[in-house]
Design a protein around this ligand. Structure first.
Ligand code: NAD
Ligand code: AHE
Ligand code: ZN
Length: 368
């Protein structure tokens, strides 16, 4: 079949909206009509050529929601007309990682996903006879996609696609990092670096968890009002503060119980670690750093009890946790709509990237 898709033909070039050829689902695979997709900073990072796993030409996008249209042989957990969210972190419930109970990083199809192909080693997408690669196992910038069954979370049918798609990455990553990874407790002090589509969800997760002080740090002063909307109690503008770490340590009587990097900048990651409280403070890396970058600190920071950790997809087990997060949204426990600052047609998808880079948007969502 044909599908309209925004294709990344090469790094550092705008996406091109074309009609691609899409092969139908094979055994264990599902054809999904994507109804809405968010644009995450990770898409921009890959398009910018900064992802060591970036492959071109490919269809980017990993924050979608849609409807099952057809299932391949052997598929049992979803059926046509089900509403689903594609999962870049699938949940097979059978691999060592899934069975460990210690991680959400399912290993069943990670290797082929990283090579831009389906689990059988081939792509379902073509343009003018040339292979177009999948991205993060999702490729939600295409109106129709084929995904493995284990990479689909079935969600309630009354959730609007426009909001539900954000649960496919940003909401789950931010809220999950607080609840699943850090396990923030009532009264804890939290610091969030980078108040974009992820950081604001960390803030709302921290509020939900009952954190006391929630400090936001961003180089864009317009993010202060955004942070306050979701529960931030204090704002730090690094351009107005000579010693960001010292300032936060003093502000929080020794430092943060938990800090979160939501920038992808390795210098910021260091500050996020070093503003943690001696003896127990834990810093969680969410941001994705450019290929080749490394983090550094004095080992003394760890010797004296600070902890450095990271999280992917907020530690969420997709098929189990994503439907619950959609419920939280539908029950009013968490907000999504105010963060979706722009909705766009697929033809205007490049504007979504411009809005992100200029700091004007929190999340842009493409509606098919
Ligand atoms: P975004 O562009 O919406 O937000 C980034 C924010 O960081 C902006 O507000 C920007 O002003 C701020 N910022 C940039 N440099 C800064 C600095 N030096 N100090 C303080 N603030 C700074 O991006 P996003 O969609 O929120 O994504 C944030 C990061 O999280 C990206 O690196 C993305 O790739 C990553 N990410 C990781 C996961 C995961 O599972 N680990 C999931 C989603 C996104
Ligand atoms: N491809 C990059 C790594 C990118 C990365 O860390 N991705 C996150 C999700 S970002 C979503 O916006 C992730 O899930 N990581 C775990 C994993 O298995 O990829 C690189 O450095 O090669
Ligand atoms: Zn993302």
């Amino acid at each position: 079949m044909k599908s309209r898709a925004a294709v990344a033909f090469e790094a550092k070039q705008p996406l091109e909206v074309v009609e691609i050829d899409l092969e139908g689902p094979k055994d264990g695979e599902v054809l999904v009509e994507i109804m809405a997709t968010g644009i995450c900073h990770t898409d921009a990072y890959t398009l910018a050529g900064l992802d060591s796993e970036g492959i071109f030409p490919s269809v980017l996008g990993h924050e979608g929601a849609g409807v099952v249209r057809e299932v391949g042989a052997g598929v049992t957990s979803v059926a046509p007309d089900d509403h689903v969210i594609p999962l870049y972190t699938p949940e097979c419930r059978q691999c060592k990682m899934c069975l460990s109970g210690k991680t959400n990083l399912c290993s069943a199809i990670r290797e082929t996903q990283g090579r831009g192909v389906m689990p059988d080693g081939t792509s379902r997408m073509r343009y003018k006879g040339e292979t177009i690669y999948h991205y993060m196992g999702c490729s939600t910038f295409s109106n129709f996609v084929v995904l493995p069954e284990i990479a689909l979370a079935k969600i309630r049918t009354d959730a609007p696609f426009q909001s539900a798609c954000y649960v496919g990455c940003g909401v789950t990553t931010g809220v999950g990092a607080v609840i699943n990874t850090a396990k923030v407790q009532p009264g804890d002090n939290v610091v969030v670096f980078g108040l974009g589509g992820i950081g604001l969800n960390v803030i709302q997760g921290a509020k939900l968890a009952g954190a006391d002080r929630i400090v936001g740090v961003d180089i864009n002063p317009s993010k202060q009002a955004w942070g306050e909307k979701f529960g931030m109690t204090d704002f730090v503008d690094p351009s107005q503060t000579r010693d960001v770490v010292g300032h936060i340590v003093e502000m929080l009587d020794g430092g943060a119980d938990y800090s979160f990097d939501c920038t992808g900048n390795v210098e910021v990651m260091r500050d996020a670690l070093e503003c943690c409280h001696k003896g127990w403070g834990t810093s969680i890396i969410i941001g994705v750093a450019e290929a080749g970058r490394e983090i550094a600190t004095r080992p003394f920071q760890l010797v004296t009890g600070r902890n450095w950790r990271g999280t992917a997809f907020g530690g969420a087990k997709g098929r189990t946790d994503v439907p619950r997060i959609v419920d939280w949204y539908m029950n009013g426990r968490i907000a999504i709509d105010p963060m979706i600052t722009h909705t766009l047609a697929l033809e205007d998808i490049n504007r979504g990237f411009d809005l992100m880079h200029s700091g004007e948007s929190i999340r842009s969502v493409v509606l098919f």
